[in-house]
Ligand binder design. Structure first.
Ligand code: NAP
Length: 238
């Protein structure tokens, strides 16, 4: 039987890159999947769209109300949506920091809040996308790396709260190195030759590589709680 038969999942940022691959793999494993993003026309076929700008807390609350009208309960939340500007601490723009903070961190926390009361009494799972940049700060990490460290801290804080409350729900992070998606192109905007050189020197991870890691967590037996999966291209040096 497929690993996620009978399960219902929400995947944020399912319109592109890693989220798209996660949503497609969940569908292939028998789950009912809701995709939460702005460009709902790009969701994998079979994913139920919920249009939402994650920068807006009211829109996030409304998105979960739309979910309620379509599904009796939620089993899995994948907080995947995120963005990366090359925005340095020395001279980065506050508007870029705000957008990264609001989507990468605040929205992720709010989606956790909304998901928890919708989980079954037997337990649900939350999987948050951090990054290798949430484990070490690369030379060009700028404000993006702090948001990804925050994802790991938020995940640990939530796990502590759930365990203190005796709640059965599990929370995990997945921390990839470079993955070949539009996010990387955006991050290297203005430094295309650097990106070209990197792509020549290494084979980046594919979104499907990350989807397999997420599926490993989502489909694990209930007594197995995965904390964090770190994965990078075998070619990636730092
Ligand atoms: N690619 C990498 O090398 C890499 C490495 C480590 C970690 N990650 C993490 O993996 C996650 C996915 O990244 P990706 O590489 O797959 O990026 P991507 O291809 O650019 O996709 C980003 C997704 O986030 C959604 N999103 C962005 N802003 C949003 C907003 N305001 N409201 C709703 N949705 C929003 C986008 O949907 P809409 O535009 O349709 O709204 C899109 O579906 C991110 O958290 C990223 O930090 C990526």
């Amino acid at each position: 039987m497929p690993a996620l038969t009978g399960k219902t999942a929400i995947v944020t940022g399912a319109s592109s890159g890693i989220g798209h691959a996660i949503a497609a793999s969940f569908l292939a494993e028998g789950a009912t999947v809701f995709g939460l993003c702005r460009t709902i026309g790009r969701l994998p076929p079979g994913v139920t769209p919920i249009s939402c700008d994650l920068r807006n807390p009211d829109r996030i609350a409304h998105a979960f109300e739309i979910f309620d009208a379509a599904a009796p309960q939620l089993d899995i939340l994948v907080n995947n949506a995120g963005l990366a500007y090359l925005s340095r601490i020395t001279d980065g723009k506050a508007a870029e920091w705000d957008e990264m903070w609001e989507v990468n961190v605040r929205a992720l926390g709010l989606c956790c809040q909304h998901a928890l009361p919708r989980f079954p009494a037997t337990g649900g799972r939350i999987i948050n996308l951090s990054s290798l940049s949430g484990h070490r700060v690369p030379p060009t990490g700028g404000f993006y790396a702090p948001t990804k460290f925050a994802v790991r801290a938020l995940t640990d804080a939530l796990r502590n709260e759930l365990k203190l409350a005796g709640a059965p729900h599990q929370v995990a992070t997945v921390s990839p190195g470079f993955v070949d998606t539009p996010l990387v192109d955006n991050y290297f905007r203005g430094r295309e030759s650097e990106l070209g050189a990197m792509k020549e020197s290494m084979r980046m991870l594919d979104p499907g590589d990350i989807a397999r890691a997420v599926l490993h967590i989502a489909g694990a037996p209930a007594h197995v709680e995965v904390g964090d999966i770190v994965l990078r291209s075998a070619d990636q040096k730092v």
